[in-house]
Design a protein. Structure first.
Length: 303
């Protein structure tokens, strides 16, 4: 049963819940609570003794918390996974779920600055308690820094030209809001403008929120928090995240000295992948929710 939410439609809902192989009395983590869709699905599988610890750094997500004694909400980034599990006296858990997509609600709120469709401030912070905004990145980063982030996080084809153009223009053309930024970029837009702006905005959002840093930190904590045979299910939405997750599941627990021919350290495999290929949305879901088209679900089990 797919829960409906005006905040966010959960992607790969049934696939993610099934992949966790939920034990009724177990303890589970939802790293990205959002609209509470996946959380609701997990809670429906838990007994009164089961527990769900849900993380979300976005204050707006707190309006979706359901009254349920089995739910513990943590208003922080999932990069602090282990710290808050210990704080709530849960050393180990039976499963972890992370949906790395930006919610529909966030895209539809003009003042958040995530969407290219509305005018609003160049903000893009998931957590308003942090200081770095998209405007600060655009005004303060050097040309090489901008080139790198647009190339790596947005896969923008003319990222070098784009970075140079921003640096040249930002002193004379103030970046007050999204409209002024898009106007500044007009001379260097390549191909489909909507796709181009989407790639640029994606790169800025990832940088502002240090999304790759947070993902790597969370992944690194999984071997220490998951019980044997516990599963982790991660839904990604672009190739960079997917590559990080795929490589982590493949390499986690291998020796740091594996490239040293003189090392006698043994490789220790921590995870086995549950599905050989990532799970992707079916035709029905794609029709219902076009935003799900780039979603990939990877699942691994701790050995």
């Amino acid at each position: 049963m797919q829960p409906e939410s005006s905040y966010h439609v959960p992607v790969l809902f049934n696939e993610a819940i099934d992949a966790l192989n939920i034990q009724p009395n177990g303890v589970y983590v939802d790293c990205t609570f959002g609209g509470g869709g996946h959380a609701k699905g997990i809670l429906e599988k838990l007994s009164e003794a089961g527990r769900l610890i849900a993380f979300d750094q976005d204050a707006d997500a707190q309006q979706n918390i359901q009254a349920d004694e089995r739910l513990i909400f943590v208003p922080h980034n999932f990069r602090h996974l282990q710290r808050f599990l210990k704080l709530h006296q849960y050393e180990n858990v039976n499963g972890v779920l992370a949906d790395l997509g930006v919610s529909s609600f966030q895209f539809n709120e003009a003042e958040r600055g995530f969407s290219t469709r509305f005018n609003g401030p160049l903000d893009m912070r998931m957590d308003k308690r942090t200081e770095k905004t998209a405007a600060q990145v655009l005004m303060q980063y050097s040309e090489p820094q901008l080139h790198k982030l647009f190339e790596q996080y947005g896969e923008v084809s003319n990222s070098k030209t784009l970075a140079r153009h921003i640096v040249q223009q930002r002193g004379t053309m103030p970046l007050k809001d999204i409209a002024s930024f898009k106007l500044m970029l007009q001379p260097v837009v390549k191909g489909n403008p909507n796709k181009y702006f989407a790639q640029v905005f994606q790169a800025l959002r990832i940088e502002v929120n240090d999304e790759m840093g947070a993902l790597n930190e969370m992944l690194g904590q999984l071997p220490g928090v998951l019980l044997p045979h516990a599963r982790v299910a991660i839904i990604t939405f672009h190739s960079i995240e997917d590559r990080i997750v795929k490589n982590f599941f493949k390499q986690a627990g291998t020796s740091e000295d594996e490239n040293n021919p003189f090392s006698t350290a043994q490789k220790q495999t921590v995870f086995k992948t549950v599905y050989k290929k990532p799970v992707t949305p079916g035709e029905e879901e794609l029709k219902r929710n076009p935003r799900s088209r780039s979603a990939k679900l990877r699942v691994a089990e701790k050995i």
